[in-house]
Design a protein around this ligand. Structure first.
Ligand SMILES: *[C@@H]1O[C@H](CO)[C@@H](O)[C@H](O)[C@H]1NC(C)=O
Ligand SMILES: *[C@@H]1O[C@H](CO)[C@@H](O)[C@H](O)[C@H]1NC(C)=O
Ligand SMILES: *[C@@H]1O[C@H](CO)[C@@H](O)[C@H](O)[C@H]1NC(C)=O
Length: 350
């Protein structure tokens, strides 16, 4: 009988586990604030009201809808659209190369590959896990803006078709593990960019591209809306009281893209055809395993607070994951289906 008391206490603690509070400072969450009218009375935005999933994980019903997940080795094919510097490409390539486990383990804890372990917890109906292997494959440059500087969601498929049918060095067509990652430079616009999206993933239609290929788009928000899409490396004026974190690779737009790329990769792997893992009843607006944790990078994260981060003593950059060859990244956490909350390898034991 005496033993009962500590057991009850433990149970209460685990039920009160970290709440879900995915967040990004979308302008529409602050409708009474206008950057152009700084004299308007401070609307004191209710940060709690912007939480997508208020309260606790009890409200999250992540379900498996019987479709495939990416169990085959993944090969990422970046399409560099617009103007990219070698150092920008270097950061994004290093992140992709850091996802597969290194042998022997040469990357210090907490590593990018340990972060991907949460993604690997998701299985298909045969019980096969998402692959541990994510490779950087052939790349394509689209440096002359083949579809202009203002893209639509639909033009992404045309750009991919251009890349896989190019006369010189076309990207390989790999419907089994290929992942086509369209990356646009900061001078390129996209439908809903900055207002509602920083990236998205979907799959190509055979009628347009000739194949069903999972793809994602992620834009460089630097100089455009870094305070939204590269938050917390830039902070909007309507989020008072927070200082920007220093970007670990010294490029606010690209360091912000890394987390969005991680977000889209995790969701593509667990929901490539939008019929596998997501919450919510409407497959047109699925809430996927990374949506649930947007803006959460460490223990205690939620609302405008990122959670506990690490700081690189050399550069002063904030990060939460180590990558290959001494690289560092800040990448959002992923929903863990067993813990029923967001988690990452830099979590502090509470
Ligand atoms: C925002 O503006 C609307 C319409 O003017 C008003 O009804 C609402 O109370 C305002 N909200 C806040 C938080 O000030
Ligand atoms: C997947 O990657 C692993 C590790 O590199 C390799 O041993 C295996 O042969 C690959 N499988 C396929 C089907 O390419
Ligand atoms: C595979 O998924 C199962 C079910 O989620 C999990 O228990 C197991 O740890 C996963 N294996 C790996 C290698 O991640």
């Amino acid at each position: 009988m005496r033993l009962l008391i500590p057991v009850v206490v433990l149970l209460i603690l685990s039920v009160a586990a970290p709440p879900v509070a995915a967040w990004r400072p979308w302008p529409h969450l602050f409708p009474n604030t206008s950057v152009s009218s700084p004299t308007a009375p401070n609307p004191k935005p209710d940060l709690a009201a912007s939480k997508k999933y208020e309260g606790s994980s009890e409200f999250v019903h992540l379900r498996y809808h019987m479709g495939p997940v990416l169990t085959a080795n993944i090969t990422v094919h970046p399409i560099w659209y617009g103007t990219w510097s070698p150092s920008q490409k270097h950061v994004i390539r290093a992140f992709i190369r850091s996802i597969s486990p290194t042998r022997p383990s040469s990357v210090p804890h907490p590593s990018v590959s340990a972060w991907w372990r949460t993604v690997r917890l998701y299985t298909d109906q045969t019980g096969s896990n998402i692959t541990a292997i994510v490779r950087l494959g052939a790349e394509k440059n689209d440096r002359f803006y083949s579809h202009g500087e203002q893209l639509t969601r639909f033009s992404v498929q045309s750009i991919i078709r251009t890349a896989v049918t190019a006369r010189t060095r076309p990207l390989p067509v790999n419907p089994r593990g290929g992942f086509y990652l369209l990356l646009t430079s900061s001078d390129v616009g996209m439908d809903d960019f900055c207002g509602n999206v920083c990236g998205f993933h979907y799959f190509t239609f055979p009628s347009v591209v000739g194949y069903t290929l999972p793809y994602a788009w992620v834009g460089n928000s630097g100089g455009r809306c870094a305070e939204v899409c590269a938050y917390p490396f830039a902070i909007p004026s309507y989020v008072p009281g927070r200082r920007p974190e220093r970007a670990p690779n010294g490029d606010v737009g690209v360091d912000g893209m890394v987390s969005v790329i991680g977000h889209e990769l995790a969701e593509m792997a667990s929901n490539p055809l939008i019929n596998a893992w997501y919450a919510g009843g409407d497959p047109s607006f699925p809430t996927e395993i990374a949506d649930l944790c947007e803006g959460i990078y460490g223990t205690g994260g939620g609302g405008a607070y990122t959670g506990q981060l690490l700081v690189d003593g050399r550069s002063g950059g904030s990060y939460n994951l180590n990558g290959v060859r001494g690289t560092k990244f800040l990448v959002q956490w992923i929903w863990n289906p067993y813990l029923n909350y967001c988690n990452g390898p830099n979590a502090l034991d509470l």
